[in-house]
Design a protein around this ligand. Structure first.
Ligand code: GLN
Length: 229
């Protein structure tokens, strides 16, 4: 059973990233891989046995509540150390860094990625396209954030920004560390880029999966890519 843990959707659900879980379940099930989505509220402990943990985007106050809840027991860091897949979008990505600062305060992050996030001077909104070394096509999505994220010495970017802003520093987007992926792409990213969903399933189960003849998903992804400026 592929255990997909959707973390704190009531806090990290502002930008529709909950759909990432549904795409993973759909694409796994179509390969005869049994999959289950478990929604975990910020009032409940995070299960230790997830195969894929998902965090979405949020506004600042909500993301701080989520950060406080996720600190308890360092369960996410332990799961990631054991090889679990973590996909974190925007606010979720920011929480995985070593530091997250608002205009008034600074908070230690969960430390799964060597990045720090600080307030920017304008809101970065619009279409975004990113070229990651993991794919031979660009990934597309939309972004909506005001903070900017700087990579530390131990961090690798998720990709280079072709359109839009991403981290807002050095034309890079996101960060990756083994099976931990942080990015600014909403969309939901896995609905817009089915290749990425399949890569995450492969990482989670530790073996290659067969291609999926999903004409609609492929056509949609291609159409979005054709619009990249
Ligand atoms: N609150 C964060 C920011 O504005 C994240 C926003 C988001 O998740 N889209 O940078």
């Amino acid at each position: 059973m592929l255990e997909i843990i959707r973390i704190h959707n009531e806090l990290l659900g502002t930008y529709g990233d909950r759909g990432n879980a549904d795409v993973l379940k759909f694409r796994a099930t179509k390969r005869n891989i049994k999959a289950r989505i478990t929604d975990i509220s910020y009032l409940d402990p995070l299960p230790k046995s997830g195969d894929i943990y998902l965090l979405g985007g949020a506004e600042d106050a909500a993301q701080l509540l989520s950060l406080t809840a996720l600190r308890k027991g360092s369960i996410l860091a332990r799961a990631a150390n054991k090889g679990a897949v973590v996909l974190a979008i925007c606010a979720g990505f920011q929480l995985l860094g070593t530091k997250y600062a608002t205009r008034d305060e600074e908070f230690a992050g969960l430390g799964l990625l060597d990045v720090i996030t600080t307030p920017g001077d304008k809101r970065l909104v619009g279409d975004i396209a990113v070229q990651s070394d993991l794919f031979d096509v660009p990934l597309t999505g939309f972004e909506n954030h005001s903070s900017v994220t700087t990579l530390g010495a131990d961090a690798n970017a998720f990709g280079k920004v072709l359109q839009g802003n991403g981290n807002g520093v050095a034309s890079l987007d996101g960060a990756i560390n083994r099976n931990v992926f942080g990015t600014y792409l909403h969309g939901p990213i896995l609905a817009r880029n089915p290749e990425f969903a399949d890569l995450l399933i492969e990482r989670a189960i530790g073996e290659a999966i067969s291609p999926l003849d999903d004409e609609l998903a492929l056509r949609y992804a291609k159409w979005r890519r054709a619009l990249v400026k």
